[in-house]
Design a protein. Structure first.
Length: 418
């Protein structure tokens, strides 16, 4: 975020996101201390409420979410004169629900919070979240008229907050509040489109099932830049399947999306990529090793995607993701090569056993660039290193990436920090 959000700015984000996970609120506020102060004040004032989701299987996982309340929305309306919130009447505030009727389950709440996480990561990268993500007035065609009508006024008052945004949040309002617009030039900007937007876009926009199907899918949207187009997943609490029946429609979605909206560079690569947001390296290792026994025989982590990049749910994870989205794989490899050669850590490998082993260190061990944090590359190294336990291999990367490699690699793989 180019400029730090004020307390009112953070609360305004809740109007559009409604549910924000604790880690995401830390990123949005600009640090744990600022998050703590905001949450303490907002909870005491009743602007937001705390929701804890607990899931028990192999062990118990818990996540803390913060939800906008009617009191918080009323407070904003009283203290943001001149904004789109002026259209909310006292009758609206009394009768309007913050959530839709199908958004009260833990699963639905977690999905909303996961989407908010991706939005906040985009904001932290000075990226753009298009206005249509919030008001559903899709510029590529007509939205599902039936759903839109259901969201609008009923007996003089809005049924839901989404219905209000659909009717009153305009392009002018979007520019005025200045929260979700990008700070980068048009050609280099990073955009995030949520899952509902993507489903409408690839379905032809008149499919009534597309919007209602939003909670049934796994993907939560797409991150797009001139260098990459990434279908986004947020890691589940327990196990992640990559069966063909699940990934085929997901890959078809990114193929369809790229044909219509991706940059020429992405389109001509003929490669289809995804991004997995994980809490930390331990969660990734558990998913990779399938300790919950979700994957069936012959299932490959990452399915048939050409690339599956990792992004940690943290401020530093956002920095690495920003760097990835701002550079192509080839540019990242060139950067790594430049650093390795300048520091005389290795030389180019003239006879690699695998294409990804671009280097040989001073001892003659083959090495690869680890900046990408691409599970497909990681898996290839993992399998090859286990197949050749008598040999040593090197990964050139930065310090926060080491736990992600170390958690899945055999002992004959070592790491050089750049």
């Amino acid at each position: 975020m180019g400029s730090q959000l004020t307390e009112m700015g953070v609360l305004m984000c809740f109007v559009f996101m409604r549910l924000i996970e604790s880690r995401s609120l830390t990123i949005l506020c600009g640090g744990k201390d600022k998050r703590y102060r905001f949450a303490k004040k907002a909870l005491k004032a009743g602007w937001i409420k705390e929701i804890k989701i607990r899931v028990r299987e192999r062990t118990t996982h818990q996540t803390t979410l913060y939800a906008l309340t009617k009191k918080g929305l009323t407070y904003l309306c009283a203290n943001t004169a001149g904004t789109f919130l002026d259209h909310l009447t006292a009758a609206d505030l009394r009768s309007m629900a913050i959530f839709e009727k199908d958004e009260y389950s833990d699963e639905a709440r977690k999905r909303i919070a996961n989407t908010s996480t991706a939005m906040i990561m985009a904001m932290a990268m000075d990226g753009t979240i298009p206005v249509e993500v919030f008001n559903r007035r899709y510029k590529f065609g007509c939205a599902d008229t039936g759903n839109v009508l259901e969201l609008k006024r009923s007996e003089g008052a809005f049924r839901t907050l989404n219905g209000f945004l659909n009717e009153y949040f305009s392009d002018e309002d979007y520019c005025y509040i200045g929260i979700f617009g990008g700070g980068e030039s048009e050609g280099e900007k990073i955009c995030y489109y949520d899952g509902a937007y993507v489903k409408q876009a690839v379905s032809g926009t008149r499919d009534r099932k597309a919007a209602r199907d939003y909670y049934k899918g796994r993907e939560i949207g797409i991150f797009q830049s001139s260098k990459h187009s990434l279908l986004v997943y947020y890691a589940p609490f327990f196990g992640q399947s990559w069966s063909q029946w699940q990934t085929k429609p997901e890959i078809n979605a990114i193929i369809s999306w790229n044909r219509r909206y991706a940059s020429k560079q992405v389109l001509t690569s003929l490669q289809y990529s995804a991004l997995l947001i994980v809490k930390d390296s331990k969660q990734f290792a558990n998913l990779y090793h399938d300790i919950d026994h979700v994957r069936k025989e012959h299932e490959v982590f990452g399915g048939r995607f050409d690339h599956l990049y990792l992004a940690e749910h943290s401020a530093y994870g956002v920095e690495l993701l920003h760097w990835l989205l701002s550079n192509s794989d080839e540019e990242i490899d060139k950067t790594c090569t430049s650093i390795v050669e300048e520091r005389q850590l290795a030389t180019l490998n003239g006879n690699p056993s695998r294409k990804l082993f671009r280097y040989r260190d001073k001892e003659g061990n083959e090495g690869m660039c680890g900046f990408h944090l691409d599970v497909k590359r990681m898996r290839e190294l993992d399998r090859w290193a286990r197949k050749h336990p008598e040999q040593k291999f090197v990964v050139f990367c930065v310090e926060p990436q080491v736990p992600y490699y170390r958690g899945i690699m055999p002992e004959n793989v070592s790491y050089v920090l750049l």
